[in-house]
Design a protein around this ligand. Sequence first.
Ligand code: F6R
Length: 240
Amino acid sequence: MKLIRAKDYKDMSRKAANFLSAQVILKENSVLGLATGGTAEGIYEQLVEWYRKGDIDFSSVSTINLDEYVGLDGTNEQSYRYFMNYHLFSQINVKEKNCHLPNGMADNIDEECARYDRLIEKLGGIDMQLLGIGENGHIGFNEPDEAFEQMTHCINLKEGTIEANSRYFATREDVPKRAITMGIKAIMQAKAIVLCASGAKKADILQKVLYGPVTPEVPGSVLQMHPRLIVVADEEALGK
Ligand code: F6R
């Protein structure tokens, strides 16, 4: 594991964006595994800034996101497809056909999960996976459980996750209760992982993820086994 200490959120965003940018410069047709959420926003903002300056070319890049809510389509402002379009895809020259998220509106969710795993395989796996960490240790929406779930699957979100995500919705009741998430296998098979964390709220869990026992009760702890894990965290998140 390589631990990169950042001063604050802005510094974390810039440092993490540097890794993604270097990945695309080194391999033009990289497959980037992407995340949504507050942690990722600043990273995308930075990438967009560098793209506008002419420093990065995304025209051959493919992206594959970790997760999507069940029941929200891409026009819904709370969907992860909308988030990605808004914060990144519409602002850079990545091709729309190369930007993949699970389809939360699929009639057959099981088939959609299987399709997503086939897609990751067809793309040749993920070159670099960006991850945030949930306060309960989730990565993607792999929630604490008795076993690591390998493949893309549909999950019932935990109360704490619904609570944390309710900040983006008008009411708590509006937060979808289910989501499709990439499984632990595809994440762990990524050639490199950039795990990012910012703020004191992430300090406890980051300590458990990086230094606690590897257990499905703290899904992110599995990352300790990854041969090329880069952690970019700010001072507050590293407070423990
Ligand atoms: C979202 C995702 C989640 C988030 C995590 C942290 O695509 O995969 O695992 O990374 O919930 O969320 P923030 O960054 O909002 O604290």
